[in-house]
Ligand binder design. Sequence first.
Ligand SMILES: Nc1ncnc2c1ncn2[C@@H]1O[C@H](COP(=O)(O)OP(=O)(O)O)[C@@H](O)[C@H]1O
Ligand SMILES: [Mg+2]
Length: 339
Amino acid sequence: MTQKPVLTFFNNKGGVGKTSLIYHLAWMYAGLRKRVVIADLDPQANLTAAFLDEDSIEKIWEEQAEGSTIYQCVKPLTGVGDIAEPKLQNVGTDLFLLPGDVNLSSYEDTLSSEWPNSMADNNLYRPMRILSSFWQIMQKAAENVQADIILVDIGPNLGAINRSVLIATDYVIIPLGADLFSLQGLKNLGPTLRSWKSLWQKRLDNWTENQEANNYPVIQFPKGKMEVIGYLCQQHSVRLDRPVKAYEKWVNRIPAVYREAVLNETTNTTMKQKDDPYCLATVRHYRSLIPMAQENRKPIFRLTSADGAIGSHANAVLDAKNDFHELANKIASKIKIEL
Ligand SMILES: Nc1ncnc2c1ncn2[C@@H]1O[C@H](COP(=O)(O)OP(=O)(O)O)[C@@H](O)[C@H]1O
Ligand SMILES: [Mg+2]
C-alpha cells in the first residue's frame, strides 16, 4: 500500500475558521485536478454538514451501514470485529468525504484504555490496531479512490481521539485567531505534539521488539511524523467592536510563541506576523460571501452572479479564489505535492 500524505488542521481553540478552511482547500485542490479524501474526525461533524444537506446526513446516520461514517468504520473494533471498509461520499468531482458521526465520541474510551495496553509485553496486536485505526481507514479510503491527499478536520481538544488522529498525521497546520485564547492554545499545542510523537515512537519500538510482530509480517503502522508546517491567522475572528490595535497586539506575539512552543527554540525575536515565513496566510473576513456560499453549498470562490455574487461581491469572489489558490500552492510545496 503506497501511503498518502495526511494533512490535519489542529488547534485546541474552536471557532477559528478551521472547518471552513478545510472545506475551501478541499474544493481548491479538487479544482486543481488533485483527488482529495476529506475525513471528518470531529464528532461535531461540521465539515460533513458543509458538504451534505441535513436529509442526506440523517439518512446516513439512521441507516448505520457498515463503513458509512468514521464511527461505522471503527465500531466493529469495540466488539470482537475488525475495521470496516470505508464507504465514501462522492461530494464533487475528485472529492470524497468520509462522513463524521456524533457517535464517534464514544470511541474516546476505547482509545484511552488501549493506550497503556499498547506498551505491555504481549497481546499488542489489538491495542496497536485500535490506536492506528484512523490511519488504516484513511489510507484504505485513499487507496480505494486513488486520492493524492487526505485532509482531516478534528475538534478543538487534546483528547484520545485527537491523539490517534495526530498519530495518523504527516503534516499539521495550526489555524489561529488573534486573541489570548488562541495564543494560550498554541502554547500547549507544541509540547503536546512532541509528547504524542515520542510516546507513539515508544509504542512502535515496543511492537518491533516484541515477538508478536513476527506473527503479523504485513501489518503497517503510521510513523507519527506530525510535522507542523506553519500557522494561519484568521482576521475574521477579530471582534468588530475591538480596535485594530488589539488585533495587532495579539497577532504580533504569534511568531515568538510559535518558535518557543512549536519549534522548541529559545527566541527573543521581534519579528512581526506579516514577515513570518511560518505564517502561511492571513485569512480574510469574507463577510456576506460566507452565508451566500453556505446557502448555495459551494465554496465562496465558485459563487456566480446567479448565486447573488454581483458588483463588489464578484470582486471579492475573485480575491478569494486568488487567496485560496495561493494557499493551496504554498501548502503543496511544503508537503511536496505537485500541482
Ligand atoms: N474567512 C471567514 N470570514 C468570515 N467568516 C468566517 C470565515 N471563516 C469561518 N467563518 C465563520 O466563522 C464561524 C466559525 O468557523 P468554523 O470554520 O466552523 O470554525 P472552527 O472549525 O474553527 O470551529 C462560522 O460561522 C464560519 O461561517
Ligand atoms: Mg470545526
